[in-house]
Design a protein around this ligand. Structure first.
Ligand code: FAD
Ligand code: FES
Ligand code: FES
Length: 1390
């Protein structure tokens, strides 16, 4: 293939024929590369380094973070920065060096202290996020260590604790709950108190010698991030200044013009058209707006020096459009430090502060200022930067095809969307303000954004920035605004706007509450939310709230007690507003505040405490040993399905899915596009071999087709599989499919539970799965003093957000066999489905699963589609086929948790004792049964945690034209437990009794527990009442309650709430196989039915084997642990593996290997005794050697079947959560959470602790953040990291305490242990309940202002309680109402 077209080469005057860069010190030279290749794709497919993972491809999760380094041959300086390799185009890293986590260390040459500490602090579970976490931390360490801060003590870095936590602010971990990752990061910080760090394997709890020498040693500069050879090469390229030039590449062209003139020569040449060329700087916009087709020409704007300029003059700063956001922040901060007028300092400081909340560090490091503004101008991107620069009176310089223009930002934004020939050259930000500042006036500048995550990495519901010049009005003694600029954006508007009418209204008038009210009313006319934008009323209320927040310190009557209005203080750059709610999140006032709540969220001080009771009864069971494989997970060496190198000839698949809920498929064709040309073939139901079934998943209640045939039954249903030569081509090509639908003679689809009821569309629940009613409901109601009838509450769905999306690799094998590597929780089921689909015997199908990058139930049945589709394609094409779903397709097809609508009627005595409860539940199950008929049982099981007197229910499992819902962590239980709390709170509020007293009154006695739970209620160990009492009725709870009440009385716009929630969670042990083989060198290999999905199963299994074989090991079992390896599941090696799920797989697998070990011990015991007699001491190695010589069978397998009389048991726990809500924005901060969880005798407290914390934080996501929404056709629309927000480090409890209760010996459980995987997610309902308490406090205030009647204190709050929901419950018009009240009051005053 020609490198460049000759005429273009001439035109450009020079060319760079190759791409040269280094990865982990290794040189790569590429003469040809498709310019649309991302760095991540290259790393993962063309190098041995698989550490960087694909989690989203959107810059939204951090799994792909690498360190990029640049070398300046003139200054000889290396600049390092983190970057998301999924967005970085490979061609843009010419002459750069890339460091991945493998470059820090590895199992062969030694791990890096980051890897070792990740492992030692138990900070990796499934491990899929871990390499990205390591690289974000490493990048922060490198940056901090380059500062001129004082040298840190030996073993530490120059990083501060706050920076250490912020280092991972853009990285998502779905497993750990972040706390142990935070501890890992903090352990490097010079200002850390090591004793404050959580459970780790470097020192024991309470150890006074918790010092740095115990930690794997860190010293800065240990890693060479830029190899010498590349420096020399750069120096030697004398005729090419830096890395500029033209790179010609395979399959397309990469241009890097070095002047504006050159750029326009290119753009004006005939070869260029808008549809085929893409101008790029950081290419991060593809994280937000995915490319719809492939481009064959890229123009890299970074080679144009004018676009990288940073120039200061006395009037302001000019910043080139290609300057990155991170660099701009540095420039603003530098300005702040130099001798600017205080006004300029204020503005630049606030701009920097706000821009630090745009995206995440690894996006900001490559994203340009200009790219952001062009997105805002051209495609209505909800930009923060446009809004804040608008308020700062910025101007821009643009070049169009015909002229160069200097425009105000407002003029620029208001122009018609600029064409691809318009170049943004620079932005100019004036130090303003000095020119308008007069003596006796002060400048105020503030920016705001309300977004789900305080530290950013979430688009704002609305943002704003306000600039005001104020002076004292001598006549009134108040302040008057001389100049005002009010900018609002991101609310579903074409672009950021200035509220000029409001500005005009406010300028020149003394500020009073009625003037403010008038301004707010006027604002309503100006903030017009585009149709179709979610939460329009909420967004408007934010505009009002922010303006109010900005202006209220200027209005005497609005200042709260103790706060003086000081014009000087208001303009000091670092001064917080007295009651500020900037960024939508609380900045805590200091008065009346308990210590833990003095936290400034932006400082990110997180603290934690873990109480674990170590038990040595079954050593090394009970030890908090490190997770098996944690270090290789951190170093990127752990192999997940997509890390398996592609076999020769491998093809890649991507689903075409339906976008209609119920329609005939009349035909599928492809658009004529570059991407369509990449299609090799399409596999569909027609390719299923004769005799094979069209089956994509199956469970006891039925199966679901792999592909729709002539009729699609839900949006998201697979219609076919596009096959291409790379995954990206397959994904792109699948997007080009145009499906012709028809709805003739079809009934309308059923898209809601209400529709399902109308059409009686239900799944049967077999009687063995039907929960049983308790007592006589009518009688119970008759005994009640009071009743609540038909109250309603709704719970939404939740997406798994496993970091590794669904993936499989199918390789055809000899004799009609197939090997399928699948990331699944159910290899055995997958095997049977593939065999049924291909019509081959089961033994022809080998399904192999080593580890899974997060599952949470979602890799149970839904993984089977992907494995089966790959297998079918591979079978048809006789070539290996693999598939790694992009995040969007995964989200569209996943189904997720069951949403439900609940109605309840409850009767109770005046003392709060509940006498009867009836619940009607409409469960949305989607199109196929999946596991849905089991959900009613789970709901009721968790609901039964209280003694309801009589309990009856009617639960309908509705069949709808939606993707089938599936099991997700604690399916049914988490909703059941929440429903119970909603009812308790309703009763409490009706009776005006505090909810904890109602809870206590209705907790089971042991007798009622037996009545409700039967055999699962074990004779001893009903620990819930004492757990609950210790948390909810302790003196400290009382004290906190008092402090909260005082806080609420003295704060108008922030309220706190606290709540304690108990849980009961029933689990069942299941049969499971295990196999233990001792090899000739004494090493041990173990196979189990359970899959390692991050829950620590392998770790516990290893401990169990060490414990069980330890009887033959006289040196102590510690070393034996190191010699045990648990290997991948293989359906032809260990059969009857079953399903990994239900929280008890670790226990069952442990028990199975214990049985296997017992067989081995029996076989070896006599030999050992004999040898011992002969030689005294018998080492393990000599015992094994002798056994081999004597032909003892050293492999044993067992199939453990739990005793039917004791296979079910109950788990208990409780949590207290304390929250603070912001009444202006609806934002919530979880100030503190205290969890107590009964783990029995924990098999591994570190693993269990990790499960508890991770589960709780996933629950926070469910109860507060995660909205899994679909359009009117049922097609999921929250289909990426941009719209679906899982908790990140800035949303976890600021103080996170967990106590693992050891309830001691229990004969019938596996070594007295209990489950920990799912139950603790139920505890997160405490956050929801605490929020409700806080809202109630807000409503009490409204009551006292005569706002509403008493009934407003009783309300329901659906799940999730997102910011809009909370604000709505606090009153979307709470500011206006408040101002109305004040104005009315004032007008009455004489
Ligand atoms: C995960 C994530 C989170 C984000 N969060 C936020 C947020 O909270 N707030 C916010 O404001 N932004 C946010 N962004 C947007 C981000 O700021 C922009 O993606 C980024 O600034 C674009 O810069 P770039 O250099 O990567 O542009 P590119 O992607 O390279 O280009 C973007 C577009 O602009 C064009 N272009 C670029 N430079 C010029 C120029 N000088 N002249 C003419 N055309 C040009 C390109 O042709 C392209 O069409 C987020 C982005 C991501 C990926
Ligand atoms: S994969 Fe790159 S940020 Fe998620
Ligand atoms: S360990 Fe972080 S996503 Fe699994």
């Amino acid at each position: 293939m020609a490198l460049v077209e000759d005429d273009e080469e001439e035109e450009m005057g020079k060319k760079l024929e190759r791409l040269v860069f280094a990865v982990n010190g290794e040189r790569y030279e590429l003469p040809e590369v498709d310019p649309s290749t991302t760095l991540l794709e290259f790393l993962r497919t063309r190098t041995p380094y698989k550490g960087a993972k694909l989690g989203c491809g959107e810059g939204g999760c951090g799994a792909c973070v690498v360190l990029l380094s640049r070398y300046d041959p003139i200054t000889e300086k290396v600049t390092e920065f983190s970057a998301s390799s999924c967005l970085t185009l490979l061609c843009s890293i010419n002459l750069h060096s890339v460091t991945t986590t493998e470059g820090l260390g590895n199992s062969k040459d030694g791990f890096h202290p980051i890897h070792q500490r990740v492992s030692g602090f138990h900070a990796s579970q499934c491990g899929f996020c871990t390499p990205g976490m390591c690289m974000s931390l490493f990048s922060a360490l490198v940056s901090a260590d380059k500062t001129d801060r004082p040298e840190p003590p030996d073993g530490f870095s120059k990083l501060t604790v706050s920076e250490a936590v912020k280092a991972i602010s853009g990285n998502v971990c779905r497993c750990t709950g972040y706390r142990p990752i935070v501890d890992t990061c903090k352990s490097f910080a010079a200002d850390v108190d090591l004793e404050d760090l959580g459970l780790n394997s470097f020192w024991k709890k309470g150890d006074k010698n918790a010092n740095v020498s115990r930690l794997p040693y860190y010293s800065s500069g240990g890693i060479c991030t830029f190899p010498e050879f590349l420096k020399s090469e750069i120096k030697s390229i004398s005729d090419v200044p830096d890395d500029a030039g033209l790179t010609a590449t395979g399959g397309g062209y990469w241009y890097r013009p070095d002047s504006v003139e050159d750029l326009y020569k290119l753009l004006n040449s005939e070869a260029f058209s808008e549809s085929s060329v893409k101008m790029v700087v950081g290419n991060t916009s593809t994280g937000v707006y995915k490319d719809q087709d492939l481009y064959d020409k890229y123009v890299d704007l970074r080679g144009i020096p004018e676009l990288s300029v940073v120039k200061r003059d006395s009037e302001g700063i000019k910043i080139g459009a290609a300057v990155t956001i991170s660099r701009a922040i540095e420039v603003f901060k530098e300005e702040n430090e130099c001798t600017l007028h205080s006004n300029g300092k204020l503005v630049f400081c606030k701009l920097a502060e706000h821009m630090n909340k745009v995206a995440s560090p690894f996006v900001r490091n490559t994203a340009s200022l200009g790219g952001n503004l062009i997105m805002a101008q051209r495609i209505q991107f909800p930009s923060d930067i446009a809004t804040i620069l608008l308020a700062a009176s910025a101007t821009v310089c643009i070049q169009t095809a015909s002229q160069r223009l200097s425009l105000t930002l407002e003029e620029f934004l208001e122009r018609p969307p600029c064409d691809y020939k318009t170049l943004l050259l620079s932005v100019y930000i004036p130090c303003c303000t000095d020119s308008i500042a007069k003596t006796g006036t002060k400048l105020l500048f503030e920016t705001y954004r309300a977004a789900p995550r305080p530290l950013g990495n979430a688009v704002a519901y609305l943002n704003s920035a306000f600039l005001a010049q104020t002076s004292l009005d001598k006549a009134s003694g108040g302040l008057v605004l001389d100049h005002l600029c009010l900018a609002f954006g991101a609310y579903g508007t074409q672009h950021a706007i200035r509220a000029r009418k409001v500005e005009d209204l406010l300028v020149g008038k003394p500020l009073t509450s009625s003037v403010l009210l008038e301004a707010m009313r006027l604002l309503r006319e100006l903030i017009v939310v585009k149709e179709g934008t979610p939460h329009p009323a909420y967004r408007f209320s934010l505009a009002v709230a922010f303006l109010f927040d900005f202006l209220r310190p200027l209005v005497k009557v609005l200042a709260e007690p103790g706060k003086t209005i000081n014009i000087d203080a208001l303009s000091a750059p670092n001064e917080e507003y007295p009651y500020g709610s900037r960024n939508g999140h609380a900045n805590f006032p200091t008065n009346e505040t308990p210590k833990h709540a003095d936290l400034d969220l932006s400082d990110m001080i997180l603290s934690s405490r873990q109480v674990v009771d170590l038990s040595e009864d079954y050593h090394p069971i009970g030890e908090p040993t490190q997770k098996a494989g944690a270090e290789i997970q951190a170093s990127g060496e752990a192999v997940y399905v997509d890390d398996i190198p592609s076999p020769n000839n491998c093809l890649y698949g991507a689903f075409i899915y339906s976008t209609q809920p119920l329609a005939h498929i009349l035909g599928i064709k492809f658009s004529s596009s570059l991407a369509s040309q990449k299609t090799v073939t399409v596999v569909s139901a027609n390719d299923i071999p004769k005799g094979g079934k069209n089956i994509g998943s199956s469970f006891i209640f039925g199966s679901e087709p792999l592909f729709a045939e002539s009729l699609t039954e839900f949006a998201g249903q697979p219609l076919g599989l596009v096959i291409a030569e790379t995954q990206r081509y397959a994904n792109m090509a699948a997007k080009q499919a145009i499906v012709d639908y028809g709805t003739e003679n079809l009934e309308p689809p059923i898209l809601s539970v209400e529709d399902a009821v109308k059409r009686c569309s239900y799944f049967d629940v077999p009687s063995s799965f039907s929960p049983k009613q308790i007592g006589d409901f009518s009688k119970g109601m008759a005994e009640a003093d009071q009743t609540i009838i038909s109250a309603e509450v709704k719970l939404g769905s939740q997406y798994y957000f496993y970091m590794e999306t669904q993936t499989a690799l199918a390789v055809p094998d000899e004799d009609n066999c197939i090997v399928v590597y699948s990331s699944t929780q159910c290899p055995e089921l997958t095997q049977s489905i593939i065999a049924n689909c291909l019509c081959i015997p089961f033994h022809n199908v080998r399904v192999i699963t080593r580890r899974v990058g997060g599952a949470f139930g979602g890799k149970g049945f839904k993984s089977q589609f992907v494995a089966t589709a790959c297998a079918l394609a591979a079978y048809k094409l006789r070539r290996p086929v693999r598939m790694y779903l992009d995040r969007k397709t995964d989200m569209i097809m996943a189904g997720g948790r069951h949403p439900m609508k609940v109605k309840y009627s409850v009767g109770f005595k005046l003392n709060g004792k509940i006498t009867a409860l009836h619940v009607d539940i409409l469960l949305n199950a989607g199109i196929s049964a999946d596991c849905s008929p089991m959900i009613p049982q789970a709901i009721v099981r968790a609901l039964k945690k209280y003694d309801w007197g009589a309990l009856s229910f009617d639960i309908k499992v509705c069949k709808t034209n939606l993707p089938s819902k599936s099991a997700m962590r604690a399916p049914g239980d988490v909703q059941g437990s929440f429903i119970a709390e909603a009812i308790i709170e309703h009763v409490a509020s009706t009776l005006c009794i505090d909810a904890n007293s109602i809870r206590k009154r209705n907790l089971h006695t042991f007798e009622s527990l037996v009545l409700f739970y039967g055999d699962s209620a074990e004779g001893s160990g009903y620990t819930l009442p004492s757990i609950f009492d210790n948390l909810a009725f302790s003196p400290s709870y009382e004290q906190r309650l008092e402090v909260i009440q005082r806080f609420n009385t003295s704060n108008r716009w922030k309220k706190r709430g606290i709540s304690c929630v108990p849980i009961t969670y029933g689990v069942s042990l299941v049969q499971s196989p295990g196999k233990v083989s001792v090899l000739n060198d004494g090493s041990v290999v173990v196979e189990v039915g359970g899959i390692e999905i991050g829950q620590g199963l392998w770790t516990k299994v290893k401990q169990m084997v060490a414990f069980a074989l330890g009887q033959l090991w006289d040196d102590g079992s510690e070393k034996l642990l190191e010699r045990i390896r648990v290997i991948q599941a293989d359906t032809l090696s260990l059969t009857q593996g079953g399903i990994t799920g239900g929280s008890t797989t670790s226990e069952s697998s442990c028990e199975a290997v214990r049985l296997s070990c017992s067989i081995l011990v029996d076989r070896l015991r006599t030999l050992k005794d004999r040898l011992q007699e002969q030689e005294g001491f018998v080492s393990w190695d000599s015992l094994v050697s002798q056994a081999y010589l004597e032909s003892v069978n050293l492999a044993a397998s067992a199939y453990w079947i739990p005793d039917p009389t004791s296979k079910s048991y109950l788990n208990y726990g409780a949590a207290v959560s304390e929250v603070e809500i912001d009444l202006l924005t609806g934002a919530t901060a979880i100030l503190r959470a205290d969890l107590t969880y009964d783990c029995g005798q924990s098999l591994n407290p570190a693993v269990d602790l990790g499960q508890i914390e991770g589960s709780f934080v996933q629950g926070i996501g469910f109860f507060m953040y995660e909205e899994y929404l679909a359009n009117s056709d049922g097609l999921v629309v929250t289909d990426g990291t941009w719209t679906y927000k899982v908790p990140t480090v800035d949303t976890i409890p600021k103080q996170f305490n967990v106590e693992l209760l050891n309830s001691g010996y229990h004969q019938k459980r596996v070594l007295s242990s209990k489950a920990s995987g799912e139950p603790p997610i139920l505890l997160a309902a405490s956050v929801h309940c605490a929020i409700r308490e806080a809202i109630r406090a807000a409503r009490v205030d409204s009551l006292s202002c005569g706002g509403s009647d008493n009934s407003s204190l009783t309300f329901q709050m659906d799940v999730p309680a997102t910011m809009p929901v909370i604000k709505e419950l606090c009153g979307l018009d709470n500011v206006e109402k408040y101002l109305e009240g004040l104005s009315a009051h004032q007008s009455k005053e004489p």
